[in-house]
Write a protein that binds this ligand. Structure first.
Ligand SMILES: Nc1ncnc2c1ncn2[C@@H]1O[C@H](COP(=O)(O)OP(=O)(O)O)[C@@H](O)[C@H]1O
Ligand SMILES: CC(C)(COP(=O)(O)O)[C@@H](O)C(=O)O
Length: 311
């Protein structure tokens, strides 16, 4: 299952005892590059772009799914699966039934193939969580839990607050309430294919260290306080980029290098920092694309990905 990358422009942090109510409000866009996840028979391993990893959000999604199955009528589920006569599903179900609490006993591999690295503000960890959640929920007929498993896992790992909700929705997404239940506005963009989103990754930045630090939470929430209303009043890509730049600058999250690159890109529709990464992004029309590319060292050109589960 392909899950798009997601760039948050600005956000406000909400913490709650309930992981599912913890999250962020704010706004972002999903991209036509992201993560594809598959489940295959194997030796209980998780792979990210060919490397064996212990990826927290992926592991937590599997645990969420196991706990859920543990509390559900297993026999009914099992007979459904057996009827489908699918070898992988059958093996998976046996392993899950026998080894609820031991991830190491699973007889399958999770394979993530990503266009972007982890830790660069492109929602890669959220895309892994949502991808594995879709795949597992498909196997266990637990589709109603896809979002819960993935959002809960991201929050628990401290790797994201709003990415999963936005990635599930797809497009230019304004998150009006934190976490679940979903409360978002998906903005319709005319001639969406005329826009390019150009991404320049400068380095890594661990989301965890910012969203769990009291000083950063204060700064972020003070600056973002009225940005959501401003965007809702005028929900255009230009306004989104301008508010995102204000957020990046006024919170102090943007480094001098990021600010200087954004200044160089001021002829575009807008440029800012991809939250929460050491990454710059800008939105431009085709006529400006060559000029944008000439300014950046390793630009990655994307389009806005508008598919999703918005109703
Ligand atoms: N190669 C890796 N294997 C496993 N985990 C990784 C690897 N590289 C980074 N991580 C972890 O992945 C998570 C990335 O989360 P985050 O910073 O939110 O990234 P993103 O912006 O891509 O969502 C962090 O918990 C980080 O420790
Ligand atoms: C900005 C962030 C808190 C983290 O995003 P990332 O670094 O891409 O995981 C995001 O989840 C959000 O709530 O908007």
């Amino acid at each position: 299952m392909f899950i798009p990358a997601h760039i948050t422009g600005f956000f406000k942090i909400y913490k709650d005892k309930d992981l599912l109510k913890t999250g962020s409000t704010g706004a972002g866009i999903t991209l036509n590059k992201g993560v594809s996840t598959n489940i295959v028979e194997g030796n209980e391993e998780i792979y990210f772009n060919g490397d064996k990893t212990q990826l927290c959000p992926t592991i937590e999604v599997i645990k969420n799914c196991m706990n859920y199955l543990n509390h559900t009528n297993l026999n009914t589920q099992k007979s459904n699966r057996l009827n489908k006569n699918n070898k992988i599903k059958y093996k998976l179900s046996n392993k899950l039934d026998n080894n609820f609490n031991n991830l190491n006993e699973f007889n399958y591999n999770i394979i993530h193939k990503s266009d972007f690295p982890l830790g660069c503000g492109l929602g890669t960890s959220g895309a892994c969580a949502l991808g594995v959640s879709y795949e597992l929920c498909k196997i266990y007929n637990a589709e109603s839990k896809i979002l819960e498993f993935a959002h809960g896992a991201e929050v628990k790992c401290g790797t994201g607050l709003g990415d999963v909700v936005a990635q599930y929705t797809g497009g230019f997404v304004i998150r009006k309430k934190p976490g679940l239940p979903l409360n978002v506005e998906k903005i319709n963009i005319k001639n969406i294919n005329n826009y390019n989103v150009v991404v320049e990754i400068l380095g890594k930045k661990e989301t965890n260290k910012i969203i769990n630090n009291a000083d950063w939470i204060n700064k972020i929430n003070n600056v973002s306080d009225n940005l959501l209303q401003k965007l809702l009043k005028n929900p255009t890509l230009k306004n989104f980029m301008s508010l995102s730049y204000t957020f990046a600058k006024d919170t102090g999250l943007a480094t001098d290098k990021i600010i200087s690159l954004c200044d160089d890109l001021s002829f575009t529709i807008g440029s800012s920092q991809a939250m929460l990464g050491n990454t710059v992004f800008c939105i431009c029309e085709d006529k400006d694309l060559n000029d944008v590319l000439s300014i950046l060292n390793n630009p990655i050109v994307c389009k806005i990905y508008n598919e999703g589960n918005y109703e």
